[in-house]
Write a protein that binds this ligand. Structure first.
Ligand code: ADP
Ligand code: MG
Ligand code: MG
Ligand code: MG
Ligand code: MG
Ligand code: MG
Length: 683
């Protein structure tokens, strides 16, 4: 998240009255940026990751692993530590990291202190950088606290004690949750206000129902005995018994269940706005596939679920649509909005010729007045659609002190809407008064338990992003098929048993092997003739690859012939003569780089992890966690994940991360402190 402004948040009734004001000025602010920077060109690749942690406190006497609610103190300490670090304490090639607050009062987020460049040493420093951040965090926690990169906390919202200190949900004044106390939420005004205003706008609590995993002795029908069905403290308490909580499902009723999850995100700077738009589009179909491959969250509110991923939980947890907008009460005053403001991308936005209008095959509501305004200002249709689609949403938090802004120098109102559209990809315009260029953020992945894995996925995606540009890859499939993939990706065991729509032929017309185009020379955007011959080897990962011009004749068959269903294995290792697989493309891209033998070996370790996940020779974290639970001696095959199982699970995950316990089903056999995978830090 960006900077947290300290101020006085307006109530929902007040906020509503400023919705048009925020949208109006948000667009003015965007257009200022557009006018200033639409022709900006030549930005080099800079990129970075965001890793989220949950801090867990171990009580060895009661065998309980609880969420530590000390975020405020921990962040204060870490920022002091980070400020005091001298260059001597910081490993070579690294600037001191940054720690940020997140929604959960038990969460931390870390980013590298400054973005990575495209240099190979930077690429190979990612894992060390992540590990350094983890070690720093770990070193400054209490001796019984550990920062976990774990996607969903298995016992969040269960009866009993799951936080340290313990609080009752009876005082959940923002969410009115039956399960989560007020104190689960970051106390900064933004977060309780978001929570309360989503509930107010929606006119009920959020309602998330995940199918429960039906095990041998799961009671049928499953009517959850841990829901306080009869509570009557808040007006929404009867919702559960009046239909919000579904039979055979795990019911959740608060923002914290989703925004309290951890993920791994990556941001890439582009050469110019057009390149950012090509990159954004190409990564859209990759989003669900990476979600399936990184699946890490099979346990929710104390039960095994029949899904492996967090995505639909977060989508549901911030779904502020009114009943009319959700299509429940059709009325002519209400536009039906098909998706939550947290969901997969709705529109491709590139103005490259390979983006055919037919790929945008879903009904996407947009703000017509804003669309017209942007078009009148000279924006092309795809980008105007994208922005005016984001701007159908209301601002959720408005601070009284910042209602009126200088639209020349601020982008707060634009960011208010933009940053509460949480999609699988985010197209990020340059902030005012900064050197930062046009960026794209990749947001679908679940965070992995070890920095080796997190680095592997970061390295894989940055290399894939370069392959996309260098080889002019075409990944387009209809956006409705991407959405179908999104729901398939979350199913149990999707990485092994799922099938996904993917494009059959991804190379430019006439090509049978990937050939890199020549990047424009550094810092310039002068067009470079697209050469048929492979250019000389590059010493670093680059931006500024010109797109392939449209050939005079392109065969345009029916779109339905362009894609087919593939397994994850086929998507990564290839299918048929026309599709070398994402790994084949990445390997071909690495061949265009001047990488030494040792460096290539390290990159191979990362790509091998991706390959072994895709072929099923290594389990996803979700499968591993599910198997751990089901083989725990105290598991009763009734889908319930007890306090004791949770404790043993988290002890095991910590030991695996430190390399003192083997998990050859999930990690390479040689993962461990002695093999350079781990810094060997012990608590
Ligand atoms: P947000 O929460 O808005 O997504 P963060 O500030 O938490 O953003 O993370 C942004 C990431 O982008 C960090 O990893 C940072 O290193 C990286 N980054 C910073 N500047 C640039 C840039 N100019 N281009 C690309 N990435 C950048
Ligand atoms: Mg975050
Ligand atoms: Mg962030
Ligand atoms: Mg953010
Ligand atoms: Mg988050
Ligand atoms: Mg982010």
């Amino acid at each position: 998240m960006g900077l947290l402004y300290l101020g006085t948040p307006l109530s929902w009734d007040e906020t509503k009255q400023y919705a048009d004001h925020v949208r109006e000025h948000g667009i003015i602010q965007f257009l200022h940026t557009w006018d200033r920077l639409k022709d900006r060109c030549g930005d080099e690749l800079l990129w970075g990751d965001e890793v989220e942690y949950m801090v867990v406190t171990f009580d060895d006497e009661t065998k309980n692993a609880k969420l530590s609610l000390r975020q405020t103190e921990i962040l204060a300490k870490l920022s002091k530590v980070v400020n005091d670090l001298t260059d001597d304490d910081t490993p070579a090639l690294m600037t001191v990291p940054t720690f940020h607050p997140e929604y959960g009062r038990y969460m931390l987020e870390s980013t590298p202190g400054s973005p990575y460049t495209g240099s190979i040493p930077d690429l190979l420093s990612v894992e060390t950088n992540m590990r350094y951040r983890r070690t720093l965090a770990r070193k400054h926690l209490k001796s019984n606290e550990i920062p976990f990169t774990f996607t969903s906390f298995p016992r969040l919202g269960t009866p009993g004690v799951f936080t340290e200190p313990h609080f009752s949900p009876d005082n959940a004044k923002s969410s009115h949750s039956l399960f989560l106390p007020e104190e689960i939420t970051n106390p900064h005004a933004r977060f309780p206000t978001l929570t309360a205003n989503i509930r107010s706008r929606r006119r009920s609590k959020v309602a998330i129902n995940l199918p429960i995993f039906i095990d041998e002795r799961t009671p049928r029908p499953f009517v959850d005995p841990t829901i306080p069905w009869q509570r009557s403290i808040y007006p929404e308490d009867p919702e559960a018994k009046n239909g919000a909580a579904l039979i055979d499902h795990i019911y959740m009723d608060a923002m914290g269940f989703g925004m309290g999850c951890c993920c791994l995100q990556l941001t890439f700077q582009s050469c110019n706005v057009d390149e950012a738009r090509r990159m954004y589009d190409a990564l859209i179909p990759v989003g669900p596939i990476m979600l399936a491959l990184t699946a890490a969250s099979p346990v929710w509110r104390g039960y095994l679920a029949d899904v492996d991923c967090r995505w639909n939980v977060i989508a549901g947890s911030v779904d502020d649509r009114t009943p009319g907008e959700r299509g429940l009460k059709p009325s002519k005053d209400n536009v039906v909005i098909p998706k939550s403001r947290y969901d997969s991308v709705d529109l491709y936005i590139s103005n490259d010729w390979i983006n055919k209008p037919e790929y945008n095959d879903e009904r996407v509501p947009y703000n017509e007045a804003i669309f017209k305004r942007l078009r009148d200002h000279g924006l092309d249709e795809p980008l105007a659609k994208h922005i005016s689609h984001l701007f159908i949403r209301d601002p959720l938090v408005v601070f009284s002190e910042t209602i009126h802004q200088d639209d020349d120098s601020s982008n707060d109102h634009f960011e208010n809407i933009q940053s509460t559209n949480w999609q699988t990809l985010r197209f990020k315009p340059p902030p005012p008064n900064s050197e930062i260029g046009w960026r794209v953020e990749f947001r679908s992945m679940e965070v992995q338990m070890t920095d080796f894995e997190n680095a592997a996925f970061a390295v894989f995606i940055v290399l894939l992003s370069r392959a996309i540009l260098a080889f002019n890859l075409n990944f387009y499939i209809p956006i409705s098929k991407v959405d179908a993939n999104m729901s398939r990706a979350q199913r149990r065991d999707a990485a092994r048993s799922g099938k996904f729509y993917f494009r059959k032929s991804v190379l430019p017309p006439g090509r049978t092997t990937p050939i890199a185009s020549t990047p424009s020379s550094s810092g310039s955007c002068s067009p470079v003739e697209w050469s048929k011959d492979a250019p000389a080897k590059e010493k670093k990962l680059r931006n500024c690859f010109p797109p392939v011009p449209r050939p005079p004749y392109v065969e345009d068959g029916p779109i339905e012939d362009e894609y087919e269903e593939m397994t994850v294995e086929e998507i990564f290792v290839g299918k048929g003569s026309k599709f070398p697989g994402l790994l084949g493309l990445v390997e071909a891209y690495i061949d265009t780089l001047d990488v030494g033998v040792g460096d290539r070996l390290q990159i191979s370790k990362y790509l091998d992890l991706v390959r072994r996940r895709a072929t099923g020779s290594l389990q996803t974290p979700a499968t591993w966690i599910r198997n751990f639970v089901r083989s725990h001696p105290s598991y009763k095959f009734d889908s319930a994940v007890s306090q004791e199982i949770n404790y043993d699970l988290l002890v095991a995950v910590d030991e695996i991360e430190r390399g003192v316990r083997r998990a050859p089903e999930m990690l390479p056999e040689d993962y461990g402190p002695s093999n350079g995978y781990h810094s060997g830090s012990t608590p």
